[in-house]
Design a binder for this molecule. Structure first.
Ligand code: DAK
Length: 259
């Protein structure tokens, strides 16, 4: 997995893959190629049985400062339509394995949207989140209005999107946008630690639980509960269900194999 703008380690730790955005001079601005690389890497890692959890990180200064404004500036609506960026984002969103964003520094615009597309966010104390698109004459286009409103509520989302202001890691934690804040030198280690905790669980259960929680944001309660039940039943077809329950009875640690 050789890419220009990202670095991928499929086994950063046991059963954990790490994708690092790597356009440091541009604060990891998300150009079309970089987004395509993330999509392709996630697709490959999603198919790789050795990988159970995927962490996406930038560097200390920036997770990603948004879509590449210089690349977008001269485009018209038809250029945007033809580039079909939304299908790239849709494919990223469909990743079955748990995704953790490790955010330090700026997570702005598309960078904030990418972090919110992940299932959990571990942030360093220097993290700054924002949807500043309004300052450049547009608005969030990769789910920012929808995911932010769901994560932090209407009035906070309105203020962030309509003023473009950045919020601190502390505010993001208080708003429920992120899971936790750690010192900057520990943010990646903490994201990998959280990933390792999840990677010890039954992989199919983790994937179906992820799918079920995400369904909670797309369905009414009755439909969501039906969806959850079907996934719950489905797990009784897995060897890991037998192993997990047998291990409990035998008072030993379960050895899950993702089968
Ligand atoms: N695009 C391109 N280059 C960027 C960039 C960006 N978003 N952000 C930073 N850079 C570049 C700067 O131009 C600068 O490059 P040089 O001038 O050195 O060549 C370098 O990174 C360092 O940035 P600064 O010198 O500005 O650094 P500061 O510490 O002074 O400021 C900052 C950091 C993050 C506050 C500032 O750079 C900034 O305001 N950046 C722009 C943030 C922003 O507006 N982000 C939202 C972009 S719009 C879509 C999906 C998604 C989107 C759109 C469509 N589809 C699916 C269709 C998303 C849109 C967006 O994200």
């Amino acid at each position: 997995m050789d890419f220009q703008y990202i670095k991928v380690d499929p086994q950063a730790k046991k059963n954990i893959a790490l994708i690092r955005l790597n356009r440091p001079k541009e604060l990891n601005a998300l150009n079309l190629q970089l987004m395509g690389e993330i999509r392709d890497a996630l697709h490959t890692l999603d198919e790789d049985d050795r990988v159970r959890v995927i962490v996406i990180a930038g560097n200390e200064r920036a997770f990603a400062a948004g879509a590449d404004i210089k690349e977008m500036a001269g485009k018209d609506a038809i250029d945007m339509l033809k580039a079909d960026q939304f299908s790239t984002w849709d494919q990223i969103r469909k990743t079955r394995k748990p995704l953790i964003a490790a955010v330090s520094g700026f997570a702005l615009g598309g960078g904030c949207e990418l972090a919110m597309t992940c299932d959990m966010i571990v942030a360093s104390e220097t993290a700054r989140f924002g949807q500043p698109e309004i300052k450049i004459g547009v608005m969030p286009g990769a789910g920012g209005t929808q995911r932010l409103a769901r994560a932090v509520g209407k009035v906070r989302a309105m203020e962030m999107v309509l003023t473009g202001k950045f919020i601190t890691a502390e505010e993001a934690l208080q708003y429920g946008l992120i899971n936790r804040i750690v010192p900057v030198e520990l943010y990646l280690r903490e994201a990998l630690r959280l990933a390792a905790e999840i990677a010890e669980m039954a992989p199919l259960a983790a994937q179906l639980a992820k799918e079920s929680i995400r369904a909670a944001f797309n369905t009414g309660l009755d439909e969501g509960l039906r969806f959850e039940r079907k996934n719950f039943y489905l797990l009784f077809a897995s060897k890991d269900q037998k192993e997990g329950m047998q291990a409990f009875v035998e008072k030993r640690k379960a050895q899950f194999r993702g089968e």
